[in-house]
Design a protein around this ligand. Structure first.
Ligand code: ZN
Length: 412
């Protein structure tokens, strides 16, 4: 069928090549969105797309798109991809593996002389990580029609507006609405990505089929007690905001420890104390809460539980606790038909796989809102990601690619 034309060594070399674009002294790669390194990486991949028989273009927001044209482009086709931008000092696989594997799959079809009726499209999304302008999934947001014009006004640390950075790279932020694709033209979106967790490694399994992507609700708790003298205030008369915060943190941990079969997680990752002095009872604490689940009802239940605990702690201690939700992203269930198709191919080609959920966000989250979408996870070492130590075996990427290749073949 042509699979023998897939060249994992070539993909391995491309991963190494891309890691050099924006290479850091610490051994990682920094390719923030709309920087010269980001564009250089896209141009590198554009060349690969051309070699794979695709026509390429950038949409107005800087998504790099390659189209392997079909005999009947009006038929709904397949779109697959991921991202090439990285976090500061990031790894060489996160996002990049998904783009390179997608291009190599198309090249395999091309070399084997396979032309399908519909198009196969590969996309390298712009600004997935969202580090520079403080908001992730920019390219897929525009592509799915979910981008608001205010987003373009965001600034980086130097005060450069996103729209200015885009224009400087030759893109056209004013036409961002034209980046929206017509979902009727696509029957499926696929994204291959390293797992960024340890589930597959622990299960001794190379491939994961992603059932859904859990999403965060982020809240800020403000705990107001009273700042008193640490020596002159007896224990019974204190309104210690930090002691109350400690109770609340443990309540978050307890409430978010999931029951059998559930995947709720809760984290207090940021905390500030006022006045933060050795000999003053803490008067005020602000802390973040990040609560995630794949099931929005379970996530809401956890948040309700935390609110009840907060109330109880506040009442008992005679202090004030307020919780404000600042972000609530809807979790995403991926397409069951596509998961079934992937599973059937796994069984057919004798691939060991495990079904799991993604704790991290991906472009597939937004694509799933308009096109049936699926994700393939590839095992990575120690679950490490966003780090120079990020590593996935090329053999595992090869298996993920093989699964994707045959699944696409079965759908077209
Ligand atoms: Zn990623």
């Amino acid at each position: 069928m042509g699979w023998e034309n897939f060249d994992p060594v070539r993909v391995g070399k491309q991963l190494e090549d891309l890691a050099l674009i924006g290479k850091t002294e610490e051994g990682g790669t920094t390719r923030l969105a709309f920087t010269p390194a980001d564009i250089q990486a896209k141009e590198y991949v554009k060349k690969l797309m051309l070699e794979a028989g695709m026509v390429t273009y950038y949409d107005p927001v800087g998504n790099l798109i390659g189209v392997y044209e079909g005999l009947n482009p009006e038929m709904p086709g397949i779109i697959m991809g991921s991202h090439l931008d990285t976090v500061p000092n990031g790894g060489k696989y996160d996002g990049i593996a998904g783009v390179l594997v997608a291009v190599e799959i198309v090249r395999t079809f091309f070399l084997s002389g396979h032309r399908f009726k519909p198009n196969i499209t590969v996309v390298a999304f712009a600004d997935e990580e969202g580090v520079r302008f403080g908001g992730s999934l920019f390219g897929s947001r525009a592509m799915t029609g979910l981008l608001s014009p205010e987003w373009l006004e965001r600034t980086d640390e130097q005060g450069i507006k996103l729209k200015k950075a885009m224009t400087d790279c030759g893109f056209n932020p004013a036409n961002f609405e034209q980046a929206k694709i017509d979902p009727a033209k696509f029957k499926a979106y696929f994204e291959l990505h390293i797992e960024q967790g340890r589930i597959l490694e622990k299960a001794d399994c190379p491939i994961g089929l992603v059932l859904g992507i859990s999403a965060p609700s982020q809240l800020w708790a403000t705990i107001r007690g009273r700042a008193d003298h640490a020596g002159a205030t007896p224990m019974g008369e204190r309104k210690d905001a930090l002691a109350a915060a400690a109770e609340l943190i443990l309540a978050v941990e307890k409430i978010c420890t999931p029951k059998e079969g559930q995947v709720t997680v809760g984290t207090v990752g940021s905390i500030s104390v006022q006045p933060n002095a050795l000999n003053v009872i803490p008067g005020e604490v602000r802390m973040s809460l990040d609560i995630r689940d794949i099931d929005i009802n379970l996530r809401n239940q956890a948040i309700e539980g935390i609110k009840e605990s907060a109330q109880e702690i506040a009442l008992r201690r005679g202090i004030d606790i307020s919780l404000e939700e600042t972000l609530a992203i809807e979790p995403v269930i991926l397409d069951q038909n596509l998961i079934n198709a992937l599973e059937q191919v796994c069984q057919k080609i004798g691939l060991t796989y495990k079904k799991l959920i993604s704790g991290a966000g991906h472009d597939a989250m937004l694509m799933a809102k308009i096109i049936p979408s699926a994700m393939i996870f590839v095992r990575c070492r120690d679950g490490i990601s966003h780090s120079p130590d990020e590593f996935a075996q090329i053999e595992d990427l090869y298996l993920g690619a093989k699964l994707l290749y045959h699944t696409i073949g079965s759908l077209l």
